[in-house]
Design a protein around this ligand. Structure first.
Ligand SMILES: *[C@@H]1O[C@H](CO)[C@@H](O)[C@H](O)[C@H]1NC(C)=O
Ligand SMILES: *[C@@H]1O[C@H](CO)[C@@H](O)[C@H](O)[C@H]1NC(C)=O
Ligand SMILES: *[C@@H]1O[C@H](CO)[C@@H](O)[C@H](O)[C@H]1NC(C)=O
Ligand SMILES: *[C@@H]1O[C@H](CO)[C@@H](O)[C@H](O)[C@H]1NC(C)=O
Length: 530
């Protein structure tokens, strides 16, 4: 290889830091050999395929299909990294990918003097082929003068220490911008320039590419959508939701302009180095992975920055269905601790939504957050209500609401209960337990009855009540609560919410309003016992 890039590899063990500067590409030139070290028998198969089709497996982002006779072996190898290692090892480290950008992106011209960037990639027990494919894609698809270095940070600890390692990587880097990537990514043509161009325009813009999906089964490359953006639910899980009309309007319909997103998905973003320090890098009190993306999102918005998805930049990522990490006390404990920290520091009174729907979480110890609260103070950050009002009005957490708690039937003294059911299923009805969780609903100022990101919805007369994704359009999801008569009138059908019928004992239904006690409901604000 003639092209030559200065890289830095940072190797760590839990006790010692060894910094090794190497010319990574010298190292890579050997990689087509070391790549198949796990299974040399693959090589003839790979050559056979290449000679037959004149293009290698996975080229142009196509799916790799493992022949029947190798399926058993493939399943064994899958367990190591929770993705199809055999497929990955067959694909060239510099495989070609389709140009998935919107047409309007392909002709954009960027300034010559974009800021340069360091790329920080933290990896943990990563497969050689995916890690090197990430690095190859960065080198091959980034203009050389914009790339200062690639820092590969080997988190050699047993369990992984995500944030801590990202911070060490950031601290060792020298670029004007820091770009964080995951170890199993592939960058596509033109991915870097639009990210840096946006930061050049506004140093407080923190920017993410569109994250395309690389199949964990076949390594097929599938373009992500520019029509979804990041949100979160009451449990503080990151979720994708459709980009709302107001954001389309703000951009005057131009989908090539960056989308202002309420939250970011995780480890893939670029940030101005000095701004990263100014707003307090990461919360060092958060353990390993989970929650840090929301913490950072809230912090950026509330403290005067902006968080955007740059729709002209596409980076692929292998999404795994299970994590290969082990966590002390299980993943649940770690994520709950992290989520408590972000709720306590950033969410003000709206943290109740998280606590009420996740009973038990209030007993999780979240350590000391005084330094993070002091940071919030020092940066004079805005309240969470401002964020809900201005940045995320279509949030799953309503900015204004009448009640957050149980919905109790006067006649039977039982409660509406989502029974842990999912979208499109009927809502249930059960003895009230007063413990929150599945019996928590919010009657919002928009007159929806919500449980997390689902809304009670009725689509026909005398119909059952089902739970559908809240659509914010009123319609079949609008109920009028009469606090004196205690009735919940479904406005579209002009019928009242009633207790279940004989046939369908567990499902509340709609009936003509007739003042019966079975049509009376008590909506309460539940108080948290903490
Ligand atoms: C990948 O590298 C090999 C060897 O240098 C080269 O022959 C091939 O054309 C490259 N593939 C692409 C898609 O650039
Ligand atoms: C990055 O850009 C800055 C400002 O132009 C420059 O001083 C620095 O030398 C650049 N770094 C590299 C490694 O090119
Ligand atoms: C419940 O709490 C919300 C938020 O504090 C408040 O606006 C609302 O008036 C309360 N509702 C009742 C019925 O007390
Ligand atoms: C309301 O209607 C239901 C059946 O539709 C009936 O069982 C109930 O007695 C009625 N209640 C009143 C107060 O009329």
């Amino acid at each position: 290889m003639r092209r030559f890039v200065y890289c830095k590899v940072v190797l760590t063990t839990s006790l010692v830091w060894v910094l090794v500067d190497v010319f990574l590409l010298l190292y890579f030139s050997e990689c087509n050999k070391c790549d198949d070290r796990k299974d040399r028998s693959l090589l003839p198969a790979l050559r056979a395929v290449m000679s037959r089709t004149h293009e290698g497996p996975g080229e142009m982002g196509k799916a790799v299909i493992i022949p029947k006779e190798d399926q058993e072996k493939m399943k064994e190898l899958f367990k190591i990294n929770q993705f199809n290692l055999m497929a990955s090892d067959m694909i060239a480290l510099n495989r070609s990918l389709p140009d998935v950008r919107l047409d309007g992106c392909k002709t954009k011209v960027y300034p010559d003097d974009l800021p340069n960037t360091s790329i920080v990639i933290v990896f943990h027990n990563e497969a050689w082929s995916t890690l090197l494919r990430t690095v190859h894609s960065v080198i091959n698809r980034s203009p050389r003068h914009l790339l200062v270095e690639i820092l590969l940070v080997d988190d050699a600890s047993e369990r992984g220490r995500g944030n801590f390692m990202k911070l060490r990587g950031a601290a060792a880097s020298r670029g004007q911008v820091i770009t964080f990537l995951d170890a199993h990514c592939e960058c596509t043509v033109g991915w870097l320039e639009p990210l840096l161009a946006r930061i050049k325009e506004d140093r407080k813009a923190v920017v993410c590419p569109i994250i395309d999906v690389i199949s964990d089964e076949t390594f097929e490359y599938m373009a992500g959508s520019d029509m979804t953006y990041g949100g979160f639910n009451w449990k503080l899980n990151f979720r994708w939701y459709p980009v709302p009309q107001r954001e389309m309007d703000r951009r005057k319909g131009d989908r090539t302009l960056p989308v202002r997103t309420p939250t970011m998905a995780g480890g893939l973003f670029s940030i101005d180095r000095s701004y990263f320090e100014e707003i307090g890098t990461y919360d060092p009190g958060m353990d390993i992975w989970g929650g840090e993306n929301l913490e950072m999102s809230f912090r950026i918005w509330q403290c005067g920055g902006s968080l955007e998805i740059v729709t002209c930049s596409h980076v692929g990522h292998v999404f795994r269905k299970a994590t290969p990490y082990s966590f002390p006390g299980g993943t649940g404990q770690v994520i709950n601790k992290n989520n408590r920290r972000l709720a306590e520091v950033w969410m003000d009174e709206f943290k109740d939504f998280f606590y009420i729907i996740s009973p038990g979480v209030v007993r999780v110890d979240y350590g000391d957050v005084s330094a993070r609260k002091a940071l919030r103070e020092a940066l004079q950050c805005k309240p969470f209500s401002w964020y809900l009002e201005n940045i995320y009005p279509d949030s799953q957490i309503p900015r204004r609401y009448y009640s957050l708690g149980e919905i109790r039937n006067v006649e039977t003294n039982q409660c509406v209960d989502n029974m842990g059911r999912k979208e499109n299923e009927k809502v249930g009805f059960f003895n009230c337990h007063g413990m929150g969780g599945n019996q928590v609903f919010s009657y919002t100022a928009d007159k929806e009855i919500r449980t997390d990101d689902l809304c009670l919805d009725v689509s026909r007369l005398n119909g059952p009540v089902v739970m559908l994704k809240c659509h914010h359009m009123k319609g079949n999801q609008m109920f009028e609560y009469d606090a004196e008569r205690l009735t919940l009138l479904h406005v579209n059908s002009n019928q009242c919410l009633d207790m279940p019928s004989e046939e369908d004992k567990m499902v509340p239904t709609l009936r003509d309003c007739n003042g019966s006690r079975s049509q009376q409901w008590l909506l309460r604000n539940m108080t948290l016992s903490m």
